[in-house]
Design a protein around this ligand. Structure first.
Ligand code: SF4
Length: 506
């Protein structure tokens, strides 16, 4: 029997959440570094480079990898021989207390992203609680914890199916991935849960994402069972889709596939797919009664030495003097360095803007000839102008975009991932553009922001409208004013190139 102190458990949760906010797991860093070395698509290689440089900067600065600091997801396995020194808090309450403290840390405040009343008012709980806690009783006298901070963009891409027993899981995964878009910030991992019941398959998938990246070991030694064969098949077939980093087309879409399975009903084959994004964040620890967990920080020398080069052809742009005519010269796939003022706005701000426009009210800011950046930044600390401020998924703003382009005079938008077909058509109709920043490079992006102030909707917190003054902020033209769309063209080109490369090997 071991006695676990409540305080040790809460302290360990707090430390673990701070730790994973700025340290990628090293197995993930190594997998990204390998992908960087292998990558032949310039756009994808540049995106992976930004992720790796961002990762190292976060590790060095102890600031979040991504502005979305995630929903806390915690697997707690409690030994049957464990006793707690206090029983006034449940395990859920202890995890929540650690979460509360971690997210309000003064040196590294993390963005509170959790809203209560999800089907109604969606009010931010302000401290990122409650966390999602899965509790299991296991043999032994230890408490094992696996804790993650899961980004919303990748969580939103979760898919679930009740397949027929004879259906192929690999076919379903590959078909699903091909329609998933890039809102999950690839390259990342796929977690797949098979069997049990519908809800159990989702938990299995989520738990599988806590495993380390090790597909290269499996490739080297070969599959020893059906599940390993399935991992290899999915890994190869998904990467042949050519989706690539950020959906721009390239060799690496996923760095690993994890599978957890359980026996299921003879009539059923439940399957859940959960992607993990560029901000893969998790850590594991055990408590045995001897004190709080001690997490070993990685060494900065563990990161690859990569420098960012935007290339001589990058277009330098002054946002303060841009005209509608200027942006018609920008071409799909081109790198643009933005300097000057831009406005921000994401889900809640767009909803309010729409309501005001529908009522004929005057907006509190003038969007004419401005760009709107889809972002909800982390609060700054010290001498920071703004905390990590990477792009959020643009697809969610699709339903507002036509009205924004029609009625506000914006020149274009900056976000991450693809736009829907109607939105691309609207962009072309209005001779606007959609620019893409790299999701998962939030700390790096924030360094291009030289001034920041809230200019409207202050009550929306991180969803308020800010005015940013940026200097050489790198973006890619994802949809140009003719409606050419890099998220369609890039993967299509690279799927063909990958097939050709494979044919050459044979
Ligand atoms: S990397 Fe992308 S999907 Fe992941 S948390 Fe950040 S913005 Fe969200």
């Amino acid at each position: 029997m071991s006695v676990i102190r409540q305080q040790d458990f809460i302290d360990s949760i707090e430390d673990a959440l701070q730790f994973i906010s700025y340290y990628h797991p090293l197995d993930f860093v190594n997998a990204l570094a390998d992908a960087y070395e292998r990558e032949q698509s310039d756009a994808a290689k540049n995106a992976i480079a930004q992720m790796l440089v961002n990762s190292r900067m976060s590790a060095e600065g102890h600031r979040p990898l991504c502005q979305d600091t995630g929903i806390v997801t915690c697997f707690v396995k409690i030994g049957m021989d464990v006793k707690w020194d206090k029983t006034d808090l449940t395990v859920q309450q202890m995890v929540d207390e650690g979460t509360r403290r971690a997210y309000s840390n003064k040196d590294n405040p993390l963005r509170a992203s959790i809203v209560a009343d999800p089907a109604g008012a969606r009010v931010n709980t302000k401290d990122n609680t409650p966390s999602v806690v899965h509790i299991d009783m296991i043999a032994g006298n230890k408490v094992e914890v696996m804790i993650a901070a899961k980004g919303g963009g990748s969580e939103n891409k979760t898919k679930m199916a009740m397949l027929n027993p004879s259906d192929s899981v690999a076919d379903w995964v590959v078909d699903t991935l091909s329609k998933l878009g890039a809102g999950w910030c690839p390259p990342g991992m796929l977690g797949i849960g098979i069997g049990g019941t519908a809800e159990k398959s989702a938990v299995l998938a989520k738990e599988s994402l806590m495993d380390p990246v090790n597909i290269q070991e499996l490739i080297n030694r070969g599959a020893e069972n059906k599940e390993e064969e399935l991992r290899l098949e999915i890994y190869e077939r998904v990467n042949k889709l050519g989706i690539g980093a950020q959906g721009l087309g390239g060799l690496t879409t996923i760095v690993d596939v994890k599978i957890n399975s359980l026996p299921t009903h003879a009539a059923s084959k439940p399957v859940t797919l959960i992607p993990n994004c560029a901000a893969t964040r998790h850590v594991h620890f055990e408590l045995d009664g001897s004190g709080p967990a001690e997490l070993a920080p990685p060494k900065l020398s563990d990161w690859p030495d990569i420098s960012l080069a935007v290339g001589d052809n990058a277009r330098q742009v002054n946002l303060d003097t841009l005209t509608p005519a200027d942006i018609t010269e920008w071409k799909m796939g081109e790198t643009v360095l933005l300097s000057g003022k831009l406005l921000t706005g994401r889900d809640a701000a767009h909803k309010r803007i729409k309501e005001m426009l529908d009522k004929g009210e005057t907006l509190p800011v003038d969007f004419k000839n401005k760009f709107i950046y889809y972002v909800g930044p982390v609060d700054p600390v010290g001498d920071e102008v703004v905390g990590p401020a990477g792009p959020t998924t643009a697809t969610r703003m699709d339903k507002f975009t036509d009205q924004m382009l029609e009625q506000t005079g914006i020149l274009g938008m900056i976000g991450k991932a693809e736009r829907g077909a109607d939105t691309v058509a609207s962009i072309a109709k209005h001779k606007a553009v959609y620019l893409m920043a790299v999701g998962g490079a939030a700390y790096l992006v924030s360094k291009a922001i030289k001034k920041s102030k809230v200019v409207a909707f202050e009550d929306l917190g991180m969803e308020a409208i800010y005015e940013f003054e940026v200097e050489d902020m790198p973006v890619t033209v994802a949809v140009d004013s003719l409606g050419n769309n890099a998220h369609d063209a890039g993967p299509a080109i690279w799927a063909v190139k990958i097939a050709e490369l494979d044919a050459d090997k044979k």
